[in-house]
Write a protein that binds this ligand. Structure first.
Ligand SMILES: CC(C)(COP(=O)(O)OP(=O)(O)OC[C@H]1O[C@@H](n2cnc3c(N)ncnc32)[C@H](O)[C@@H]1OP(=O)(O)O)[C@@H](O)C(=O)NCCC(=O)NCCS
Length: 184
């Protein structure tokens, strides 16, 4: 059983554990550079949840993929930044695409008109995924700056997010049910 849903601030430990499980190459691709375990721990500890939305894939209670969407209405009005990670055993199954679709929709529903993402130029999978969602790419040295232009929110997009939040909550309970039953 798996669930795709927004994370709660109390789940920052799950996010840290997920990022620490990424292998060396994926960690490098996620942060577009080398980062230590301590930097990852610090990154998770200093998340500002008033400006950050995390959407993740939970599989049997463990976070296996996540999108970090950061907004700042003062510094970048109308824009947001996205970063994504999916653990090796869960890649190539559409998880990344689902997480990106969900986060672009969440961003559009908050009035964001552009979402930016940096990826290494050899990250073919991320580039393929971005193309699927209409991202435009500009080469910047050894990296690509990817921009997604978003539509305005609609009744349908707002209703869909509310529906997916509800479905995520139900799936989270079902996902945790075996552990609950075992403990009972
Ligand atoms: C990039 C990443 C998020 C993709 O996640 P994923 O769950 O594998 O994504 P999907 O399964 O939805 O596939 C994405 C695309 O890659 C393509 N793909 C799958 N396997 C591939 C492979 N071995 N080589 C190249 N492309 C591949 C898929 O066909 C798909 O393209 P399409 O949309 O045109 O069909 C994941 O590989 C990852 O976490 N990488 C490390 C972190 C990273 O690079 N983050 C990006 C910078 S923030």
């Amino acid at each position: 059983m798996s669930a795709i849903r927004k994370l709660l601030p109390a789940e920052r430990g799950q996010y840290r554990a997920h990022l620490l499980r990424l292998d060396k190459a994926d960690r490098y691709a996620r942060f577009t550079g080398t980062v230590s375990d301590e930097v990852i721990a610090q990154h998770c500890e200093s998340l500002d949840w008033t400006r950050t939305t995390l959407v993740g894939l939970f599989d049997r209670g463990e976070l296996r993929g996540a999108v970090e969407l950061c907004f700042d209405r003062l510094l970048w009005p109308g824009a947001a930044e996205l970063a994504i990670s999916v653990e090796k055993g869960f890649q190539g199954r559409g998880v990344g695409s689902t997480l990106v679709r969900r986060s672009l929709s969440i961003a559009a529903n908050r009035g964001i008109r552009q979402v930016h993402l940096m990826c290494l130029s050899d990250n073919t999978r991320m580039r393929a995924l971005s193309r699927r969602f209409g991202g435009t790419m500009e080469r910047d040295g050894g990296e690509f700056a990817i921009t997604f232009d978003l539509p305005r929110p609609s009744q349908v997009s707002l209703a869909l997010e509310a529906f997916e939040d509800g479905a995520g909550a139900v799936n989270a309970v079902l996902d945790g049910l075996p552990a609950l039953l075992k403990a009972a």
